[in-house]
Design a protein around this ligand. Structure first.
Ligand SMILES: Nc1ncnc2c1ncn2[C@@H]1O[C@H](COP(=O)(O)OP(=O)(O)OP(=O)(O)O)[C@@H](O)[C@H]1O
Ligand SMILES: [Zn+2]
Length: 449
């Protein structure tokens, strides 16, 4: 078994992964704020960390993967002010949409999916600990984290205290002791969601929820914390500061992983820029599996420019993989090919893993059954190639040539296995579609009748 290497944003190096407890690998990933449909950029971390979780499950006996749902947030409040919809209806509907969209991309559900509003007590507990230890202060119904109280503040994002303060000077609230201090708790007026707290009725800041939910489900120290690179500052810097100061002596996350941004014409896909496609928009144009492959063709740390051409290429690649599998329709997944495992253990190098899979596909198309078994096994770790070739070609191909060739390969395999009834059934099915087969010395050819 190769060692797993992961790039750690905290040390800015690729490091050998050493679990805190190899009998239970613990990973936390920041989940969606549920006020609107997920766009393709939001899907990137979901697919990337799904592959990380699948790989960890191959390497270790148990993995606990936690991804939260942010269901209290000012973006949610702003949305319901426009629409008048009850908050619980908006967040429940958006969560269900998110689940459906991510399932369409082949992402397995995490082991736990805590909602922020169900963990207010834990957040209050952490805020209290921070106040007691001098890392936070209450002012005008707010509680703020005092960045100057934490000499390590800025370590994750690599910013100096001076840079951080300069950046924060834009809007300085009067109750802040220091411009860089950030909100742990804030007051809610009667028309906004709020909970009773030692500081009056209010609601949590965004960062504290992830400190509370990771602590509750994974403990003070865990293995991997993931999210998009846009979260490094301030979200992850602040999460880390809160957790380390509230639980002295702990490590919080050992390895910080960050996926690069999905872009459109060189700009981050985001709701605020308005340059986004929802996952649903894209699912109307292409199968979920092609979208997933598009996201995995680029290394997770690199920028990925989304284009229709890239999507079309991903679909063609899947046509080829499924053609190779169709040559051996009954072959079960074999052992995971060593070269695929090595690529994934090298900081989740999915482009390299896919290159190996293309070699396997070529071998399978040339008649190598073991290569087809390896291809299926590789597909399991990447969350690809999980449907039958017939199902793929029925749903996915632009023209039916690939489907016909897959059916012919299928028939050939049936004949080799002396399953003549199945071979005849495939011929009859094609004939019903007007496709006539001719068996000759050079194999089977076809024409439209
Ligand atoms: N363009 C993108 N490419 C890759 N990941 C992204 C992109 N935009 C957001 N993410 C990631 O999506 C996850 C969910 O984030 P969140 O729900 O806060 O997004 P959002 O704030 O609604 O998106 P936006 O940036 O469009 O406002 C985070 O891990 C974030 O890093
Ligand atoms: Zn978070």
């Amino acid at each position: 078994m190769p060692d797993l290497y992961l790039h750690n944003s905290l040390t800015r190096r690729k490091e050998r992964f050493e679990p805190a407890d190899s009998s239970n690998i613990r990973m936390y990933v920041c989940g969606p704020t549920v006020y609107d449909l997920a766009h393709l950029g939001n899907a990137r971390p979901v697919v990337v960390y799904d592959v990380v979780a699948r790989l960890l499950r191959r390497l270790y006996p148990k993995v606990t993967y936690v991804r939260n749902i942010t269901d209290v947030d000012d973006k949610i409040n702003a949305r319901i002010r426009e629409t008048g919809e009850p908050i619980s209806a908006l967040t429940a509907r958006t969560t269900a949409d998110f689940h459906a969209d991510m399932a369409a991309l082949g992402a397995l559900p995490p082991d736990r999916e805590p909602r922020a509003t169900a963990h207010i007590a834990e957040m209050i507990m952490i805020v209290q600990r921070l106040i007691e230890s001098g890392h936070a202060y209450a002012a005008e119904g707010h509680v703020l984290f005092a960045v100057k109280s934490d000499p390590d503040y800025g370590k994750l994002s690599g910013r100096s205290q001076e840079e951080l303060l300069a950046g924060a000077r834009v809007e300085v609230a009067p109750y802040k002791r220091d411009p860089g201090d950030f909100v742990l708790w804030k007051p809610s007026s009667d028309d906004l969601p709020g909970w009773d707290s030692p500081w009056g009725r209010g609601r949590p800041g965004w960062h504290i929820e992830c400190s509370a939910m990771s602590w509750k489900y994974l403990g003070e120290t865990f293995d991997i914390h993931g999210g998009g690179s846009d979260l490094i500052f301030p979200h992850h810097e602040n999460e880390m500061a809160q957790s380390l100061c509230a639980f002295p002596g702990s490590h919080f996350a050992h390895t910080w992983m960050h996926n690069g941004m999905l872009q459109v014409n060189g700009e981050k896909m985001s709701k605020s820029l308005g340059n986004f496609f929802t996952v649903r928009d894209v699912l109307a144009k292409a199968p979920g599996e092609a979208i997933r492959l598009l996201l995995l063709r680029t290394h997770y740390r690199s920028l990925l420019d989304f284009s229709d051409q890239g999507l079309a290429e991903a679909k063609k690649e899947l046509d080829r993989f499924y053609r190779a599998l169709a040559a051996f329709p009954d072959v079960p997944a074999g052992d995971l090919p060593a070269a695929v495992l090595e690529a994934l253990c090298d900081d989740i190098n999915t482009p390299q893993a896919l290159a190996v899979m293309h070699e396997l596909a070529a071998q399978a198309l040339a008649g190598d059954r073991a290569a087809a078994a390896g291809l299926r096994a590789a597909g399991l770790v990447l969350g690809l190639l999980q449907q039958s070739p017939e199902a793929w070609f029925r749903g996915g191909a632009d023209d039916d040539t690939a489907a016909i060739e897959a059916a012919i390969a299928d028939r050939l395999a049936a004949r080799k296995a002396r399953d003549f009834a199945r071979a005849d059934a495939i011929r009859a099915e094609l004939a019903a579609q007007g496709i006539l087969l001719e068996d000759g010395p050079k194999g089977t050819t076809w024409r439209r009748g």
